[in-house]
Write a protein that binds this ligand. Sequence first.
Ligand code: FE
Length: 335
Amino acid sequence: MFPAPVRRLALLLACALVLPTAAHAAEVVVYSARVEPLIKPLFDAYTKETGVDVRFATDKEGPLLARLQAEGENTQADVLLTVDAGNLWQAAEAGVLRPVDSAVLRANVPAQLRDPGDRWFGLAIRARALVYSPERVKPDELVSYEDLASPKWKGRLCLRTSKKVYNQSLVAMMIARLGEAKAEEIVKGWVANLATEPLASDNQVIEAIDAGKCDVGVVNTYYFGRLLEEKPGLKVRLAWPDKVGPGVHVNISGAGVTRHAKHPAEAQQLLEWLSSPKAQGLFASLNLEFPVNPAVPADPKVTAWGPYKADPANVADAGRLQKQAVMLMDRAGYR
Ligand code: FE
């Protein structure tokens, strides 16, 4: 928990940040780690269709969770919308989310993309893929995450920092699948193959390959999609690491209803709507992600990368094994 002055400050901020609304209108309040351009078009469509106002505040994942904890039962938030199963799992563990018993969400969201305890639900899939230089790498050399530890990649690999939850989740899923000793051996192999110090962002990994500093890297597909829109001349391609093993590491953007929601019914209805065919296309395509609802086709910009085989494991493991993953990466010298 946080000391009292911090809790008081958080309450003041909460009062200042959530906008006032018309009295008596049906409403739902969302704390979102997804930025405004990715959520406002959806919330506007929802309000237009249902008459329910959606108020929201955006911030980074960590501060939003801290704020929910500090506000406790005084929170105005009905929904927490955030990225990465690791973060959703943390929120559930911290006790700020409540179970939601919804046949609609169970039908729309595949089981491996939601909490086995029904406290959070995936709303879009983000895939962590390989990026490579088409000048220095042949596509059939790209096999799997594990293979990036093989000596053929010595001095050719770029990775984002292990501080980022995306890599913590990737390694946590490897621990779940292969056990800790094997996962550690692989991560040590990655570190031995690095061409540069770990980089600050997925974009820097792509740019380093473009600049010839390394030949292969690991990034979430939407960063590649966005950067390619900005710089169509990018000398970098995307490949699926699914030739051996369970397939591509997929993660989610997702949401849950807060434990102290003042509008729990409206919150559940919003999540159900976001998982429905009419919202899924827009929710995913705004950030070049994949819909979770199997009935909804992905954006053509995204399907252009070709089909892939996704790791079928439940993404909850990314949270459950996150601490172990962080310690493992530290032991392996992955900074
Ligand atoms: Fe991201």
